[in-house]
Design a protein around this ligand. Structure first.
Ligand code: SF4
Length: 290
């Protein structure tokens, strides 16, 4: 078992294994399953995530509150016109994340990886990278296992919850998980994967959780969008040999301290930040009354 990134790296080095191999070994041990059974569970989750990441690309599905929907379809239509600023691949990845998020807000089936509010970031990044390298299903399983190891470390040492640590802990963690997985998928080292994960968190350190009307819709959809770009950027930075100045475990400790220092208004109560703007208050009144 590993309790932090240092211990994970030590285990990987001692056993000559990749992050995903150690992650699957530990998951099998903890859940009293065989490695084959663990891998099968990942495969089932991947199917759900794939469906969610493509479901609203062509067909808008209304969210329960009516606040957010149709963004994935709009973005795909914009990409098809061929005059984008970011690369079409990056934007398609964002569209897939938005689709997954829109399935969540319409009460469809998603995998909360690590949470429902941040559900689009991780699968979109892994599926995009999978397409680029023509990955088979086992490679995708490995990538999600790597991501799970990063998520487990954050959960053990800090939090994955916006209510406890702000959006940095929720979408930030999703991006860290995605960045590390992408690095490993592309042949990066364990150190590079950890640097990528650490950099994503440093990029959103202090990001508050301020959902309008307390509903996980606004600004959450766009936090998934930027979470994708953050993850892909940091994966590229790490693969280019750029490192995070502060080590992964220290970044997680700092993120947790910052999260605990946030006032309750900025931790998913819907009372601060964007939720407390005149627009945010008007939306809350429209939905819930005075
Ligand atoms: S703003 Fe809050 S509810 Fe929305 S995705 Fe971020 S952490 Fe989740």
């Amino acid at each position: 078992m590993y309790n932090n990134a240092n211990e994970l790296k030590l285990l990987c080095d001692q056993q000559g294994k990749k992050i995903y191999e150690v992650a699957i070994d530990v998951e099998a041990e903890n859940s009293d399953c065989t490695i084959k059974e663990v891998r099968q569970k990942f495969r089932e989750a991947i199917k759900t995530m794939k469906d969610a990441c493509s479901k609203t690309l062509k067909k808008e599905i209304p969210s329960v509150s009516g606040l957010t929907s149709g963004n994935a379809k709009k973005l795909m239509s914009y990409i098809s016109k061929g005059n984008t600023i970011l690369s079409a691949d990056t934007l398609k990845c964002v569209a897939h994340a938005l689709s997954c998020f829109e399935v969540n807000t319409s009460m469809g089936k998603i995998i909360a990886a690590p949470t429902a509010g941040s559900c689009g970031i991780l699968p979109a990044c892994i599926f995009l990278t999978g397409e680029k390298i023509d990955a088979d299903e086992e490679t995708l399983v490995n990538a999600f296992a790597t991501a799970a190891a990063i998520g487990l470390i954050i959960e053990k040492n800090a939090t994955l919850s916006g209510a406890e640590g702000g959006c940095q802990a929720e979408c930030g963690s999703a991006s860290a998980m995605a960045a590390a997985a992408v690095v490993e998928m592309l042949g990066g080292t364990i150190d590079e994967a950890l640097h990528a994960g650490a950099m994503t968190i440093t990029n959103v350190m202090g990001q508050v959780c301020d959902p309008i009307a307390g509903l996980v819709e606004i600004p959450c959809a766009k936090r998934n969008a930027i979470g994708v770009v953050n993850a892909l950027l940091c994966a590229d930075l790490a693969l280019a040999g750029i490192t995070c100045f502060v080590p992964f475990d220290e970044v997680i400790d700092a993120m947790y301290a910052v999260g605990k220092a946030l006032p309750p208004e900025l931790r998913e109560t819907g009372l601060g930040g964007l939720a407390a703007t005149p627009t945010g208050i008007a939306v809350r009144k429209k939905i819930f009354g005075e």
